[in-house]
Ligand binder design. Structure first.
Ligand SMILES: Cc1cc2nc3c(=O)[nH]c(=O)nc-3n(C[C@H](O)[C@H](O)[C@H](O)COP(=O)(O)OP(=O)(O)OC[C@H]3O[C@@H](n4cnc5c(N)ncnc54)[C@H](O)[C@@H]3O)c2cc1C
Length: 353
């Protein structure tokens, strides 16, 4: 049997792409290496209104709704920003399970505990080898995250630098999202608190080097405890030259569909999945699978939608993290005294609509 599409990675980007394609009547294979979908968790689960707008989320996946964030300067002072719209704290493993089950309900042939190993071209198909078998598909979709094997084997170069994120769940007194800045606390990124409720929060950091040092340090400072992380993952951002090849597309973190300032990739990955499914559907209808076809129908289209936000994010990241601690102290003091009307108007996803 020849599948229309083989999707590697059964987290949000892969499952959503598989669901959308299966709903169009295509034969879809979905391969996930872990046995429990959503585990191990590598995400805080904070998203804008766009995610619940795109998906009909079951109520139990929404853990909390928050409309304020405290921005802490290196000197300990902070200002509070009210968001234009509430942000959602999601049960991230629950979100992945929901999307994976939706793909299965739509008709995707889903396999867990199965690891993609390599692919090669074979008589007008892509032959996919896993640790359990060999499959043929007309299109291969790499939704296998920030260390994508599909990208590597297709020679689609990903940005080299990445941040490692660590997070745990801790008890304390919480109200708003908190972002803590400072070169001693978290160089080139920030530490975060994302409350599940008033007494429990997700506490995390991301760092280029020594993440565990900064993680333990922040836990001791903010929640007066130490704990092993229960969430770990990588954050890789930038604009890839190509996210397609002959019969191949990358989506989600594998395509660096990610916000450079916050490392948020849920909304971008879901938007990417819609573009990937549309392009793949068109390819199957028209029997066109070349690099050029996917470049025009997928790579250029998703970039038109998301790259302005990614570029804005890169600009803000450079501005923020090229400042010294004392410059950040001054900037935050100025924002606090002069007001933050402009900041409040910023879109959470840095997108225009
Ligand atoms: C600490 C941390 C906190 C974060 N917090 C947020 C947040 O609050 N909000 C937000 O929007 N984003 C957040 N992100 C980013 C977000 O987690 C990612 O953007 C998102 O998970 C991308 O989804 P994905 O489906 O593209 O990739 P992934 O979630 O990485 O999924 C890839 C899937 O592919 C599978 N896989 C990989 N290799 C293979 C293989 N060879 N064979 C078979 N299966 C394979 C993996 O098991 C996994 O299930 C955070 C990231 C980190 C590290």
């Amino acid at each position: 049997m020849i599948y229309d599409a083989a999707v590697i990675g059964g987290a949000l980007s892969g499952s959503r792409t598989a669901e959308l394609l299966a709903k169009q009547g295509h034969k879809v294979l979905l391969i996930e290496e872990h046995s429990n979908i959503g585990e191990p968790c590598k995400c805080t689960g904070l998203v804008s209104w766009r995610t619940p707008e795109m998906l009909k989320l079951p109520k139990e996946i929404i853990v909390n709704l928050i409309d304020k964030a405290n921005f802490h300067a290196p000197n300990g002072t902070f200002f509070t920003l009210k968001c234009k719209k509430q942000v959602y704290v999601l049960d991230r493993p629950g979100l992945d399970r929901f999307l994976f089950n939706s793909a299965v309900e739509a008709g995707a042939d889903a396999k867990t505990s199965e690891t993609f190993e390599r692919f090669w071209y074979n008589n007008g198909t892509v032959r996919v080898k896993t640790n359990k078998g060999v499959y043929d598909a007309k299109v291969l979709i790499g939704a296998d995250g920030g260390n994508s094997q599909v990208a590597k084997q297709a020679n689609l170069e990903m940005p080299k630098n990445f941040f490692s994120g660590l997070q745990t769940t801790a008890e304390g007194d919480f109200e708003n999202v908190e972002l803590w800045f400072g070169s001693k606390l978290c160089p080139k990124f920030f530490c975060w608190i994302v409350p599940e409720n008033k007494h429990v929060a997700r506490v995390g950091i991301a760092a280029e080097k020594n993440p565990n040092f900064y993680y333990q340090n922040f836990l001791r400072k903010r929640v007066k405890t130490v704990a092993n992380p229960n969430v770990a993952g990588i954050i890789r951002f930038g604009v890839m030259k190509d996210t397609v090849s002959d019969r191949i597309l990358l989506v989600g973190d594998a395509a660096c569909q990610m916000k450079p300032v916050s490392g948020g990739g849920i909304t971008y990955g879901l938007i990417g999945a819609q573009f990937a499914a549309d392009a793949c559907h068109k390819a199957l209808e028209e029997n066109k699978f070349s690099y050029r076809f996917f470049k025009e129908e997928y790579d250029e289209r998703w970039k038109e939608r998301l790259v302005p936000g990614i570029k804005k994010g890169m600009f803000y990241r450079k501005l923020l993290f090229s400042m010294s601690d004392s410059q950040i102290n001054v900037a935050f003091r100025m924002i606090k005294t002069l007001g933050y009307r402009l900041l409040e108007k910023l879109d959470f996803d840095l997108l225009l609509s």
